[in-house]
Design a protein around this ligand. Sequence first.
Ligand SMILES: NC(=O)c1ccc[n+]([C@@H]2O[C@H](COP(=O)([O-])OP(=O)(O)OC[C@H]3O[C@@H](n4cnc5c(N)ncnc54)[C@H](O)[C@@H]3O)[C@@H](O)[C@H]2O)c1
Length: 258
Amino acid sequence: MFESQIIAVTGASGGIGRAIAEMFIVHGAKVAISDRSLPTKTAQDIGAKAYECDVSKDKNVTAFIDAVEADLGPIDVFVSNAGVGFGNGPHVAGGNNKSWELSWQINVMSSVYAARRLMPRWLDNQQGRFIITASAAGLLNQIGSASYTATKHAAVAFAESIAIEHADAGIRAHCVCPQYVRTNMTKGMKMAENGQDDLLEPVDVSNALLEAMKNDEFLVLPHKVVKKYTLGRAHDHEAWLDGMIKFRRSLKDENIPL
Ligand SMILES: NC(=O)c1ccc[n+]([C@@H]2O[C@H](COP(=O)([O-])OP(=O)(O)OC[C@H]3O[C@@H](n4cnc5c(N)ncnc54)[C@H](O)[C@@H]3O)[C@@H](O)[C@H]2O)c1
């Protein structure tokens, strides 16, 4: 399906990014993966080309795209997958500025930087596919992390803007919104490991993305139950908030760290 396409994935030394990169390679793509430190071992294991890119800086994202295009050719699909999360601390604004700024730069601005570089050529050629790994937290809420929730909502909104603004120019966007997935991000996280819904594997996310691309669907929901939750939130916001407050109370009662 992606025979000879050039695909770049950020934050792909492991977890969901690696699974997405592998899925594209299996389907015939030439894949570039990047991470904060050069992901040499992962690249060797899956047959990708490795790049170092700290996506929090505009110039790094631009340099990554330019290097991939010089080495492999024009990028057809960009997967903005790198992400970070920080706990609230004592209250919703308890995290320091650094953690909020990093969340904003990595979870939101890195996609803007990449789109800024790619969009002019994609618009000229009337094709291109931009994938953002956001989160179910971007549709609902991550209890315990206001910075993650706020920036993932922004990530979903940016993906929606790509889909709306550029559909007529042949550009496609997909927004990947899982709940908990077994990766470094959720390691030792009681809320994920003992959660009310399934803890999925990274390959479940890449399979769901493939399915969504085949069906030309924007929203990728590896946990099917997220659709029910988002419809519930849209239908009755007050009831949804009440439900979330009760859910948080139950986590506290079970001594699950938030
Ligand atoms: N694991 C989950 O439960 C879950 C659920 C929903 C969404 N997500 C999202 O999935 C994406 C991938 O996360 P994951 O679960 O595979 O965890 P992960 O920790 O394995 O992957 C995140 C990757 O982002 C990289 N990264 C962090 N800061 C970076 C920076 N400044 N520049 C470049 N790379 C950076 C990390 O080095 C890491 O490889 C993230 O955007 C995350 O928010 C994860």
